[in-house]
Design a protein around this ligand. Sequence first.
Ligand code: NAD
Ligand code: WQD
Length: 338
Amino acid sequence: MSILVTGGTGYIGSHTVVELLNKGYDVVIVDNLCNSKLEVLNRIFKITGKTPRFYKVDVRYEEELRPIFEKEKITDIIHFAGLKSVGESVKFPELYEENNVGSSKVLLKLMSEFKVHNLVFSSSATVYGVPKHVPLMEDDPVGGCTNPYGQTKLDIEYLLKDYAKEHKDANIAILRYFNPIGAHQSGLIGEDPQGIPNNLMPYITQVAVGKREFLNVWGNDYHTIDGTGVRDYIHVLDLADGHLAALRKLAEKPGLVIYNLGTGRGTSVLELVAAFEKASGVKIKYVIGPRRSGDVDENYADVTKAKREMNWESKYNIEDACRDSWRWQKNNPNGYDE
Ligand code: NAD
Ligand code: WQD
């Protein structure tokens, strides 16, 4: 009985692997390391005293993935592997289609062949496109994605729905994450973006540690509490825990289910900056800039379905997440590079 975790050395994957190992699951990771480092495995060992089995595999290539299905006794899959940079996806839409949708097709083919019934998939709030209202509910309309990355997530959701129709014994949990932030409290694992961070929290922590001079706040004329964009920032440990809840749900054989994973609360850019300053004691210099193309005013989750059906809800608040992001960044100013 093993859980196959694709993309398991990445940001959310590594935190989920720690939770899985702590709960006694047998974990097998496949990752091609295109956006993560092998050092993650040492850190996972330091936290848990266990090392998951690791295979450097590109999930796009059936011939690389097949031997893992042959060798390991996989019962469940958590599929994190994917490219996730919105800006990069605008430049290279075919690469995003090939990597994200292509690898999901290969995974489904092998799942079917090897009769693995349970799959948890990393989707994103981005599938809701431009929200007509908040909080967003799972049965709200999807589509109108503002970038090719988001479109790949939606395309994979459709693939999974078709698969579930054809495979009556399949159990699939589509988890739509909102904005993951934070890090493990050990300060040993965390988010390690390559180059200039696109996302807000890693940008803030890099300003705090002196790697960037100031934060650009993308727009202060949104229809929000203080004019800056409002998002639902969820601690990565809560997210990790949501995957364990999803695995338990799949054991009830529910067929295909969809859950938002968020906190249900919106926080503006300036509120997050203030929370970070409070948690870290470091002042964040910022400059108000123009709006970033594709951004929306507000985006946060209705989380009642996940609570009702999986008995899962977030436990950490924004201050906890800021404190943990800061500990990770301070202890590892260059991420996993020494
Ligand atoms: P990440 O980049 O840290 O992790 C993804 C991992 O997948 C990396 O280790 C990368 O090396 C690996 N990978 C990519 N393509 C691969 C391939 N073809 N074969 C094997 N491995 C491959 O990203 P993350 O933040 O941990 O995100 C995990 C998943 O969650 C992604 O699918 C992402 O789209 C989704 N998601 C992330 C966010 C977010 O803001 N972080 C929000 C919503 C959804
Ligand atoms: C948050 C807020 C920005 C950076 C993205 C993806 C989404 C999902 C999560 C994967 C916005 C503002 C940001 C900066 C800023 N990922 N901001 N200065 O855009 O909500 O979501 O990550 O699925 O698909 O689109 O997150 O962290 O980039 O931005 O002012 O340097 O911070 O304008 O209001 P976003 P983000």
